[in-house]
Write a protein that binds this ligand. Structure first.
Ligand code: AMP
Ligand code: MG
Length: 531
């Protein structure tokens, strides 16, 4: 028997469920034409066949979550499923219908324009949706092609798994593949389109529902389906909230607010800037979703955004992410209002977001500074640190990681401890040095009021201040190599970022400031939505 036939006999074993498609209203039209879809949560659609699919990388952790083995991942069947060439029996791929507010404006129907959900898998009492990003047109593709390029697929693949290992709530990635087809893209929207390698990431999440999934029904005054979708969401993803009622809906909204805030606090902690916090990119489960023109802070700067599409207003800049989270939750509140009809209660929930933010943000910063106790002066200490960090370009990751070497009995050494974090140490004027020294004095005094040992403090700091993050230029190096057919850096970074809090002496080269060549390079600090 030829090898390929033998392989086909041993099929992947997946415990497949189709809860989304069997419990929610489907678009009755099966034709894959671009249109407005009403009264439905999704449209059935078949992934596009790819010409020469090639698997570049698989996440072993995600394989295990789905109950698959490395042998499965090496099979022809796996390759064909994650590149859209095979649709498994008893599965009905679909694209989700949703709307959204983009850059502050109502954008109407958007939907999965280049994402196709394959099926749900239940394993170890957990439920996962497997979705292909870049597998071709859907009724929601509007003017675009439904495809994804290697560049953005590498970025999504590496970052979603890296975020998971950093402890940031996120959707996951199962695989990264080449399609073998070419895709035309105008990277900077400047009239210079070029062909790039097409790719598909298979993404995984308990759910890909977004704020926009609810907004679309509210906007169309389709309260019947709004209720159907909310009830489904609660039953499948918030079962502890109980049977549907106005009270349950309030609790649901409060929980989404809490999860969203928790996610954003994590982003602030690790210096992640999402870049496109439109309501269609806000997961109802509080997971980081849709890795597009995201970026990592290098110099600590509340005003920074990687997204060139947003360079004028910087709506989605680092320091504004918590506010935008709230703005987006207001849009969700409006969408859920017809089911709750209690303005006062909803406003109270939204106000709680603001007070919780103040509290949690300070707690997060206290952790980064290794402070175990609370002190009324902490707010000022943190504020002064944030001011000092922005005096001159100061690498966020290196600063906080190296702060673990600070000895509170030797405050005058503070600046030398974090010296590596300064991009241009010559810029440290006497005035700036004095400001830093004053801060280190305060910090030392504060640390001396703590009762935990230095050892314990360092341990705690290392657990929240990552040593390795997916710096913008690192992803770009992996992309540049991959464009030339060398995929080894994808694996190297994938392995490195599995243990972001560990010292990895053999990988010390990645614990370094952004190289100068990457400062203004497209893909490193400048990204567009065109992916
Ligand atoms: P994003 O900015 O990636 O969240 O996308 C916003 C909307 O545009 C979503 O509805 C996407 O599905 C859609 N979209 C983005 N890129 C493409 C593409 N290449 N083809 C079809 N739809 C796309
Ligand atoms: Mg999106």
């Amino acid at each position: 028997m030829p090898l390929s036939d033998k392989r086909n006999i041993k099929r992947m074993k997946l415990n497949i469920k189709n809860k989304f498609t069997t419990q929610l209203p489907a678009d009755p039209i099966l034709e894959n034409t671009r249109r407005q879809v009403t009264g439905a949560c999704f449209s059935y659609v078949t992934p596009k066949k790819t010409s020469h699919p090639e698997l570049l990388h698989v996440s072993p952790e995600m394989l295990e979550n789905l109950g698959l083995t490395e042998t499965d991942a090496a099979s022809e069947e796996f390759l064909n499923v994650v590149t859209g060439n095979t649709v498994l029996e008893n599965t009905t791929p679909y694209a989700m219908c949703y709307a959204g507010h983009q850059f502050g404006n109502w954008a109407g129907q958007l939907g999965d324009g280049r994402a196709i959900n394959l099926f749900e898998v239940e394993h170890n009492n957990r439920s996962w949706v497997v979705q292909l990003k870049g597998a071709g047109e859907t009724p929601y593709s509007r003017t675009a092609d439904g495809l994804a390029v290697l560049r953005s697929s590498i970025r999504e693949y590496l970052c979603s798994e890296a975020m998971y290992h950093l402890g940031v709530p996120t959707t996951r990635a199962l695989s990264l593949s080449l399609t073998g087809d070419k895709v035309l893209r105008d990277v900077m929207y400047n009239g210079n389109p070029d062909y790039e390698k097409g790719a598909i990431v298979s993404r995984v999440s308990p759910s890909f529902l977004r704020f926009g999934s609810y907004e679309i029904f509210a906007a169309r005054q389709d309260h019947k389906n709004l209720k159907v979708l909310v009830d489904f969401t609660i039953k499948e993803h918030f079962p502890h909230l109980g049977a549907p009622s106005k009270e349950t809906y309030k609790k649901f909204f409060a929980e989404v607010c809490a999860l969203t805030l928790e996610m954003i606090i994590h982003w602030q902690r690790v210096g992640f800037v999402h870049g496109v916090m439109n309501t269609d990119n806000m997961s109802i489960l509080g997971l980081t979703i849709d890795y597009g023109p995201y970026g990592w802070l290098e110099g600590f700067d509340f005003g920074w955004t990687p997204n060139t599409t947003d360079s004028q207003h910087k709506r989605y800049r680092y320091g504004n992410q918590p506010n935008i989270g709230l703005w987006n939750l207001y849009q969700l509140a409006n969408a859920l209002y017809p089911l709750i009809e209690d303005v006062e209660a909803m406003e109270a929930i939204l106000e709680k977001y603001t007070t919780d933010f103040e509290f949690q943000s300070e707690a997060m910063m206290r952790n980064k500074l290794g402070l175990s106790s609370e002190n009324p002066s902490d707010g000022v200490l943190i504020q002064e640190l944030e001011d000092a960090l922005q005096l001159t370009e100061t690498d966020m990751t290196i600063f906080f990681r190296n702060l673990n070497k600070f000895n509170p009995n030797n405050a005058s050494q503070g600046l030398s401890v974090v010296h590596d974090a300064f991009y241009n140490p010559i810029e440290l004027s006497d005035k700036i040095k004095a400001q830093w020294n004053a801060w280190f004095e305060r910090y030392a005094e504060r640390l001396l009021t703590e009762s935990v040992s230095n050892e314990e403090r360092i341990f705690q700091m290392n657990a929240v201040n990552p040593k390795y993050v997916l710096r913008n230029y690192m992803a770009q190096l992996a992309i540049d190599a991959a464009d030339k057919g060398d995929y080894s850096l994808i694996d190297e970074l994938f392995q490195l970022l599995k243990k972001p809090y560990d010292e990895q002496p053999e990988s010390e080269k990645w614990f370094a400031k952004r190289p100068e060549w990457a400062r203004d390079k497209v893909g490193c600090s400048m990204l567009s939505c065109s992916s």
